[in-house]
Design a protein around this ligand. Sequence first.
Ligand code: ATP
Length: 229
Amino acid sequence: MTLVELKNVSKSFSKGDETITPLDDVSLQIDEGEFVSLMGPSGTGKSTLLNLVSGIDRPDSGTIIVDGTEVTRLSRGQLADWRAANLGYIFQTHNLIPVLTAYENVELPTMLLKLTRAQRRQRVELALEAVGLADRSDHYPRQLSGGQEQRVGIARAIVAHPKVVVADEPTGSLDTQTSEQIQSLLQRLNRELNITMLMVTHDSDVAAIASRQLVLDRGKFIESQTATV
Ligand SMILES: Nc1ncnc2c1ncn2[C@@H]1O[C@H](COP(=O)(O)OP(=O)(O)OP(=O)(O)O)[C@@H](O)[C@H]1O
């Protein structure tokens, strides 16, 4: 079943007199449960694509459908609610709030969901368990290692039980060993929780953990190869 669909999507930006068109009439289908990696030269529009899929930005033309919802038709207010319930976003730098504990950072996005306090607590505990940090819930970001901070960022992305998670260079700031741990974690979330993943990376070894590897170049997708991992 197709979970994410982009149909003839274009996006341009104006920079002074110049117009940049990172995405030029692109179409893409991602099936439920797929793990798709996206590589491509710097400035080709990979982050732009993630922002469009997650409804942070809007295309100039074209349609984006995620799990049956035409994201491109939602109003700004509807988008915020839709995103909180349906989509997780993992950043290169985890963007944790330093004055909140790991638990409170993960809890934050659940405030936008209609949940009781008990349901909220259960979701946060489950998410921290899924990333192996149940015993660090009352630690502040400064008391955690880089890898642990990224795992809190991942727990925050999955706490609402989204079907889709987008990740923008999730291992970009980590050393090799920590990067490998995060790669295994992303694979496990994809396989065990059936979370559909769309991950941007500059590292071909990281891209290889995906079940489908795409390259974005000059406004178009090129199917790279299907990994067998
Ligand atoms: N809000 C914006 N306003 C103006 N230009 C933008 C905006 N967002 C992105 N761009 C431009 O669009 C192009 C694509 O940017 P994007 O960040 O999507 O590339 P990328 O492939 O993710 O790059 P990188 O690999 O370096 O992260 C770039 O030329 C960028 O400067």
